[in-house]
Ligand binder design. Structure first.
Ligand code: SF4
Ligand code: SF4
Length: 242
């Protein structure tokens, strides 16, 4: 998911300077998990902005309603379409993906409003529920098949595809950041554990950064949202969650 942190409130307020009517829209996906745009944070932001003399409409999205996925989030946008039309600015408590998805949707409805981010997105993070670690840059040419399932582009300070660099510390920590494990030490250990240690001798081809040219586009067969939500409901019930 998209790791993110909230921007300093001073920066957020500076964007909204001179704007009276604000729509705050959160995100029920990653922003809820990272406490940067869940229903609670949208309410808190609403209180802050009201104290600053703003008129605020809060749009909190329930968990698992991602604002970057329009088949779901557009239903919430439509419910508040008049608020979007009448506001002076929109504050998106999501990642930049969510912000731009909502911006484009509003533009498709001929609604052109200033739209501002409340968060800084950091990249793809995994694990949780408390600690999350950056795992992937979305580089477009996954190298994990060559590196024992450990991404050197995110885990190695130098992003080396052939390592280690020679600076690895005796305790297996990184030359650049002694707090961090050396990615290539981890790759070496894991290749040993999986009986593939011979692979450490292979010279990997340079990474194809051409696959990362921006913006990339994907086309997929749209999912059947109703069916998917029914599946989710079934699984949730099977886990004993009412
Ligand atoms: S090699 Fe690229 S796609 Fe694979 S995990 Fe690393 S950044 Fe992500
Ligand atoms: S010590 Fe290891 S993780 Fe650090 S830069 Fe060198 S190879 Fe990469």
């Amino acid at each position: 998911m998209m790791g993110q942190i909230r921007k300093p409130i001073e920066e957020i307020l500076s964007y909204l300077d001179g704007k009276k009517k604000i729509v705050i829209m959160g995100c029920g996906g990653c922003a809820t998990i990272f406490h940067t745009g869940g229903i609670k944070q949208v309410k808190e932001m609403g209180e802050i902005l009201r104290k600053e003399g703003k008129e605020v409409v809060e749009i909190g999205l329930p968990f698992a309603v991602f604002c970057c996925y329009l088949p779901m989030s557009s239903m919430m946008i439509e419910r508040h379409i008049e608020d979007f039309k009448n506001c002076d600015a929109v504050l998106m408590m999501s990642c930049g993906d969510g912000l731009q998805t909502v911006r484009r949707y509003l533009e498709s409805k001929n609604i052109f409003k200033p739209i501002y981010p409340s968060n800084n997105a950091l990249g793809f993070f995994g694990e949780g529920p408390k600690e999350f670690i950056e795992k992937c840059l979305g580089c477009g040419e996954c190298e994990l098949g060559k590196t024992a399932g450990i991404c050197p582009l995110t885990q190695c300070a130098k992003g080396l595809l052939n390592g280690p660099c020679g600076g690895t510390r005796e305790n297996g920590k990184c030359e650049v950041d002694p707090e961090k494990d050396c990615a290539w030490y981890l790759i070496y250990k894991r290749l040993q554990e999986t009986g593939e240690i011979e692979k450490i001798k292979r010279i990997n081809e340079p990474h194809k950064w051409s696959k990362a040219t921006r913006p990339r586009k994907l086309e997929v067969e749209p999912i059947d949202l109703h069916e998917k939500l029914k599946e989710t409901k079934k699984v949730i019930e099977s886990l004993g969650i009412k």
